[in-house]
Design a protein around this ligand. Structure first.
Ligand code: KIV
Length: 286
């Protein structure tokens, strides 16, 4: 069940995204998958929150985004929406939820909006998704497209590699971006493409580009929150700048608590509850 919130002054909807592009103002987007992180991200002033299918990697430990279900992303989206007042909430359509036919895709996107509280949906693909994007937009569903490295195609691509490096591939990506804009997408994620190509696409399009591993010239930058905070495992791609090491902070806190319990330092008198003097007297008299 989505939580309806009154419109807040400054709430980010599509017009705010368009206006920022026109002004040449950069915006920021981060992922979130639960209530507390959504609140923190929103209160920090981030403009767009993506309930990404990267939930499969960073929350569920699947190793990739393929197994993520609509129920998992719906549940995350509901929690994120509850924690968000200002940022636009965009929800990823998981693999398999927009692949069978247009009607089913519309139904799934509507579910994310009606029950998840999503204010826009994101889906991966280029020219092969143009008709679907047009249909979704026609049904009043704001759409973010996603080209370049599309993690849901990991098996087809054979890994996570920079896309659009040859002139032919670059040309194809520019064409895809234009077609998606024409179909009505209001923004396009450019993932892992050369910065020069991302700059060209950002300049050509009237809609916003959202870059991840695509250089500084995209209109909006997005990162996976857990990468930025140092809450992920294994080697990070070179575009990730880690601004904190929460893993270390969490490990230290957990070890300190554990040591305090074992040395009877925790809980102390103030961290527990006692009987009143009256009760003690009554009990002694029994
Ligand atoms: O799922 C996700 O987090 C994404 C971003 C990497 C853009 O799609």
């Amino acid at each position: 069940m989505a939580y309806l919130q009154p419109d807040k002054e400054g709430k980010v909807y599509l017009p705010a995204i368009r206006a920022a592009k026109e002004r040449g103002e950069k915006l920021v987007c981060l992922t979130a998958y639960d209530y507390p992180t959504a609140r923190i991200v929103d209160e920090a002033g981030v403009d767009m929150i993506l309930v990404g299918d990267s939930i499969g990697n960073v929350i569920h430990g699947y190793g990739n985004t393929i197994p993520v279900s609509i129920e998992e992303i719906l549940s995350a989206c509901i929690a994120v929406k509850r924690g968000t007042e200002r940022a636009m909430v965009v929800c990823d359509m998981p693999f398999g939820t927009y692949h069978v036919n247009e009607d089913e895709s519309v139904r799934n996107a509507l579910r994310l909006m009606k029950y998840g509280g999503a204010e826009a949906v994101k889906l991966e693909g280029g020219r092969n998704r143009v008709d679907l994007v047009r249909r979704l937009v026609n049904e009043e569903i704001p759409v973010v497209a996603h080209i370049g490295l599309t993690p849901q195609s990991v098996y087809k691509m054979g890994g996570y590699r920079v896309q659009g490096r040859t002139a032919e591939q670059a040309k194809r990506l520019i064409e895809d971006a234009k077609l998606l804009e024409e179909a009505g997408a209001f923004a396009i994620v450019l993932e892992l493409v050369p910065r020069e190509l991302a700059a060209m696409i950002s300049k050509e399009l009237k809609i916003s580009t959202i870059g991840i591993g695509a250089g500084a010239d995209c209109d909006i930058q997005v990162l996976v929150l857990h990468d930025l905070l140092g809450l992920t495992f294994g080697r990070q791609p070179r575009f990730v700048r880690q601004y904190a090491n929460l893993r270390e902070i969490m490990t230290d806190a957990i070890r300190s608590w554990s040591n305090d319990v074992k040395s009877s330092e925790y809980p102390n008198e103030h961290e527990s509850y006692g009987l009143t003097d009256e009760t003690k007297k009554e009990m002694a008299a029994q």
